[in-house]
Write a protein that binds this ligand. Structure first.
Ligand SMILES: Nc1ncnc2c1ncn2[C@@H]1O[C@H](COP(=O)(O)OP(=O)(O)OP(=O)(O)O)[C@@H](O)[C@H]1O
Ligand SMILES: [Mg+2]
Length: 351
């Protein structure tokens, strides 16, 4: 039989992508179709690259082609994500950076918020997404506690408009629900809420979207790592030796098979203390740091040390992140960190 594009597409119309409730041809999921004798190749473009249902659809497509055009076909189907072809709801975001740690309370939120501000001070367009569904701290740290984002209609769908603060686009589950309520949610509900924060939001053009991750290495982390196009992760730690096991846990999570997210590097928080009146002095209160040599052993870049900032907790609680003052000791440290991260991303992209 002479196989034509028309016949192939007709056969593929039998294949329903049940998640979107239509067939894969109508949904424009078939790309780069090539036919050479009995050889047929094309890509199927899915919302997410890694999803259990992708394989099912690929197998159905093969079966539909063989049923319609004969058993002796040589069929090659590639899987692509919308992001791969420059589409999808997050297409206007150039880089998504996850700020994570193996254990809680090491300063992820502090680093995420201040890094976002430091990056935006370099002229970049930056968003901040609080992915800590069960314990959001971005509303307090950004002085947005009783604020509620607006919504808009686009292509018949309701889209969330992130809040604008300190030149950032900011979103947190804390703007919508009482944290105690979110604590009662089961995994799927938390994932669904997160999906809305990511995909149903009008982020606009962004150079960086910074994700403040929840503590640890749980289900939410896996969901984020699998379902969203994360450019790279930053792991935050503290100088104590005991924190290193947690770094390993976090690094391993991002390096799992099928997930593989590049680790942009390790940041050590609360490393030293510099009194205002002695700006050139660094007092290492916890003694020698092991982070740098540990990063080397794990083969990840060391992105630098951040000072212990007197009054930082109070400034955070008052919603005035330290990086707002560029010439302060923490301001300079976050500026340096932002520079290192930019370099790390550029190096990744030129590989
Ligand atoms: N460099 C620093 N200097 C002084 N205090 C800091 C510093 N970094 C963080 N803190 C304080 O330590 C506490 C924990 O920080 P933060 O909330 O950023 O950690 P976290 O890793 O996000 O915690 P969680 O795991 O609960 O989300 C906060 O009170 C914060 O203000
Ligand atoms: Mg936090």
């Amino acid at each position: 039989m002479n196989i034509t594009e028309e016949k192939v597409l007709e056969a593929l119309q039998e294949v329903i992508y049940f998640k979107a409730g239509d067939n894969i041809v109508n949904l424009k999921m078939v790309h780069d179709l090539k036919i050479d004798g009995n050889k047929i190749s094309f890509s199927l473009v899915f919302p997410k690259k890694v999803d259990q249902s992708n394989e099912i659809v690929v197998n159905r497509a093969k079966k539909a082609l063989k049923d319609a055009l004969g058993e002796d076909l040589d069929i090659e189907i590639g899987i692509k994500s919308e992001k791969d072809i420059g589409g999808g709801p997050l297409a206007s975001i150039k880089n998504i950076i996850a700020v994570a740690s193996g254990k809680g309370g090491v300063g992820k939120s502090t680093v995420a918020v201040n890094l976002a501000i430091a990056l935006s001070k370099t002229g970049a367009k930056v968003g901040l997404l609080d992915a800590d569904i069960y314990g959001p701290s971005v509303p307090t740290m950004m002085d947005l506690e009783s604020q509620r984002p607006n919504a808009t209609e686009k292509d018949g769908k309701t889209r969330i408009l992130p809040l604008d603060k300190y030149d950032l686009k900011v979103l947190s589950i804390g703007f919508f629900v009482d944290p105690e309520q979110a604590l009662m949610w089961r995994g799927p509900m938390a994932s669904k809420a997160l999906e809305q924060l990511f995909n149903d939001t009008e982020w606009g053009d962004l150079d960086y979207l910074i994700l403040d991750m929840p503590p640890g290495t749980g289900d939410i982390h896996l969901t984020i790592a699998q379902e969203y196009p994360i450019t790279g992760a930053i792991i935050v730690t503290t100088p104590q030796k005991v924190a290193l096991a947690d770094v390993l846990k976090a690094a391993t999570m991002f390096r799992q098979d099928k997930i593989y997210i590049p680790v942009l590097g390790l940041v050590e928080n609360m490393s030293y203390f510099t009194p205002e009146e002695l700006p050139d002095k660094k007092y290492y209160l916890f003694g020698k740091s092991y982070s740098e040599s540990f990063a080397k052993r794990l083969n990840i870049p060391f992105l630098g040390q951040l000072p212990i900032v007197e009054g930082l907790a109070e400034a955070s609680d008052a919603g005035k992140p330290a990086a707002l003052l560029e010439d302060s000791i923490p301001g300079k440290a976050f500026k340096e960190l932002a520079g290192n991260i930019k370099k790390g991303i550029n190096a990744l992209k030129s590989k």
